[in-house]
Design a protein around this ligand. Structure first.
Ligand SMILES: Cc1ncc(C[n+]2csc(CCOP(=O)(O)OP(=O)(O)O)c2C)c(N)n1
Length: 318
């Protein structure tokens, strides 16, 4: 990755951070949308690093913590925000809201909140690529909790059996809802589960955007050469609760503070500044650019029309 691309990576993490912070603020105002928001604050390096390693034709399948994945895949902040606001101009005409956004324009095919539900779907899109002889990979994002679901094991087994071009990216943020990892499995590294399916597994520092980028890029090459699939476990941390309604009583304050010290944005910013690649002024410009993008997205969403009730009957199968 050259220096310009590294700066883009940092900018993407900042955009995700500000986008999510805005949603948290808006969710406290019942006049806006007054519901629970599920955000990825603290985990930005996974979305940004993986997104930077992908090409437009690559597909992503994501889960309930999806906004960062969508932004990093190139989805438009305005259209994501309008969708979250339930407006007709949103990616799914206001029918998805925050939790089911699909942006086929950028091959973000599916957000599913069924924990583990996206994993077999990703296997399916990878099978389609292989069957149609197309050179794209599928990246599936899911949490550590999802790796306990039957769907994870069935999909990994079949993906391995058929050498499918799919990269399973487990975002291990320590928790699943209010449960810590050790309360739901004895397995320490989710990446070890790859061994059971004769697949390559790798643990990556999920707060190091460059490390995630390199791991996903490597896995992408393997997949395209027919040596996939790959399971990548990104060790990271969820700074907030499961959602904004969660009071985080089960998350020790010192644990949160310790992980904030390892902020993925601060890390890359410091690395680039120390290397003389980024000036303080450039960083501040980046901050102000992404803040404007987020403010513009909110303005766009708020100015957009609501769908008409009859539109609920459009775009349905039956
Ligand atoms: C099949 C299923 N079971 C339970 C839930 C409720 N639920 C939503 S998110 C969540 C926690 C998922 O944890 P993890 O997969 O680790 O992802 P994280 O939220 O930590 O990103 C649960 C249990 C669900 N949506 N689907």
């Amino acid at each position: 990755m050259d220096n310009q691309e590294k700066k883009k990576l940092l900018r993407m993490m900042l955009l995700i951070r500000r986008f999510e912070e805005k949603l948290v603020a808006l969710s406290k105002d019942p006049q806006k949308f007054g519901g629970m928001m599920i955000v990825c604050t603290g985990q930005e390096a996974v979305a940004a690093g993986a997104g930077a390693a992908l090409l437009p034709e690559d597909v992503i399948v994501t889960n309930h913590r999806s906004h960062g994945h969508l932004l990093a895949k190139g989805a438009e902040p305005d259209l994501i925000m309008a969708e979250i606001f339930g407006r007709r101009t949103g990616y799914n005409k206001g029918k998805s809201g925050t939790l089911h956004i699909a942006a086929p324009e950028v091959n973000a095919l599916c957000t599913t909140t069924v924990v583990g539900g996206g994993i077999p779907i990703a296997m399916g899109t990878a099978f389609a690529a292989q069957y149609m002889n197309k050179d794209y990979v599928t990246v599936c994002f899911f949490g550590n909790g999802a790796s306990d679901e039957g769907s994870f094991h069935e999909a990994l087994n079949m993906a391995s059996l058929w050498n499918l071009p799919v990269i399973f990216v487990c975002e291990n943020n320590v928790y699943s809802g209010a449960q810590r990892q050790e309360e739901h499995t004895k397995v320490k590294d989710i990446a070890d589960r790859a061994v059971a399916y004769a697949m390559r597994g790798e643990v990556v520092d999920g707060n190091d955007a460059l490390a995630v980028y390199e791991a996903v890029q490597r896995a992408r090459e393997e997949c395209l050469s027919g040596a996939g699939p790959v399971l990548i476990e990104c060790k990271t941390y969820r700074w907030g609760g499961h959602g904004t309604a969660d009071m985080q009583l089960y998350q020790p304050q010192e644990e949160i503070a310790g992980w904030k010290e390892k902020c993925p944005i601060k890390k890359l910013q410091a690395d680039l500044q120390q290397a003389g690649v980024l000036t303080e002024q450039e960083f501040q410009q980046m901050e102000s650019d992404v803040e404007q993008i987020v403010e513009q997205a909110v303005r766009f969403a708020e100015a957009s029309p609501w769908p008409e009730p009859a539109e609920a009957l459009e775009d349905v199968y039956v």
